[in-house]
Design a protein around this ligand. Structure first.
Ligand SMILES: [Mn+2]
Length: 287
């Protein structure tokens, strides 16, 4: 194959990146407006895709060349203009890919607020969908710093419509504490669920059969992915998270994935490379 096109995920340039033949669609969404502490998530998609060209195409865990299933990388979604118009456009693009048969889109942020728009078409299409929410933060606020379309409110709208299963959570406001483990929201607080082997069956039981996965990279321990806007100590280590994701990807029907909140830093490629490797590994589990 030809190498390297740093604008396409894992540098694919041949017919394996044809949208008609591909199993996976990578959609860059460089949206950033409401980050409240560290900034730079709008550079996440570009840096993650650049870093992905350094991944070995033969996946050492699944022992396969999973890129052969085809990975199409779309051009980045335009994120300039009013918040409302950007969110409408993100929803429109998500619906387009949600409606394609036998393809799994991977949306790469950008800040977590985009999940509000991304999940809408999936919730509308799949009656019995649930969302796996991997994050340090509960993200269940109705609004934050005057914004309802805020990274801190990423899961609030979806929580009114479908089951949300939260893992990695270790930062919750008093108001959010009233919402966790009530109604649609099942929350596995990190400090109470330190043994991932015990956690996995509980998470599988809580999820429905059709699952959308939203991954805020701050769900990982900061030693795994340090470059993120609102870090919290004590998250998932690499293999703990992979064990969890592998169980979900192989036992559930995963219809869409988003990965958000990488805020790349100068002189550090760890976060974007590890995120790119995570995306390719999830694709491998889903093959
Ligand atoms: Mn978070």
């Amino acid at each position: 194959m030809e190498k390297i096109n740093t604008k396409k995920f894992i540098g694919l340039t041949n017919d394996k990146s044809d949208i008609k033949k591909c199993r996976f669609i990578v959609v860059p969404i460089p949206y950033e407006k409401t980050t409240s502490y560290g900034h730079g998530t709008k550079f996440g998609p570009k840096k993650i895709i650049e870093a992905s060209s350094q991944i070995e195409l033969w996946d050492e865990e699944t022992k396969k060349e999973n890129w052969l299933k085809g990975i199409y990388t779309s051009s980045p979604i335009k994120c300039s203009g009013s918040e409302n118009s950007v969110f409408k456009n993100i929803e429109k693009v998500a619906k387009k890919y949600c409606d394609l048969k036998n393809k799994i889109p991977f949306f790469i942020g950008g800040e977590h607020s985009i999940t509000q728009a991304l999940t809408k078409p999936f919730i509308n299409k799949h009656k019995n969908i649930s969302i796996l929410h991997f994050d340090a933060h509960a993200d269940l606020r109705r609004s934050y710093e005057g914004f309802s379309k805020s990274h801190a409110c990423a899961l609030y709208p979806a929580s009114l419509k479908c089951k949300i299963v939260q893992v990695g959570i270790r930062s919750v406001s008093e108001d959010e504490a009233l919402k966790i483990n009530k109604k649609n929201v099942k929350t596995f607080l990190m400090h109470e669920n330190r043994d991932v082997k015990k956690l996995i069956p509980k998470v599988l039981k809580s999820l429905t059969d059709t699952v959308y996965i939203t991954i805020d990279v701050d769900g990982f321990d900061p030693s795994v992915i340090p470059a993120t806007g609102t870090p919290q100590p004590g998250g998932f280590m690499w293999y703990e998270a992979l064990d969890l994701f592998k169980a979900i990807c192989t036992k559930k029907s995963v219809v869409g994935v988003d990965i958000v909140e990488v805020a790349p830093r100068k002189f550090d490629t760890l976060s974007e490379f590890n995120t790119a490797k995570l995306i390719y590994r999830l694709m491998s589990y889903l093959c």
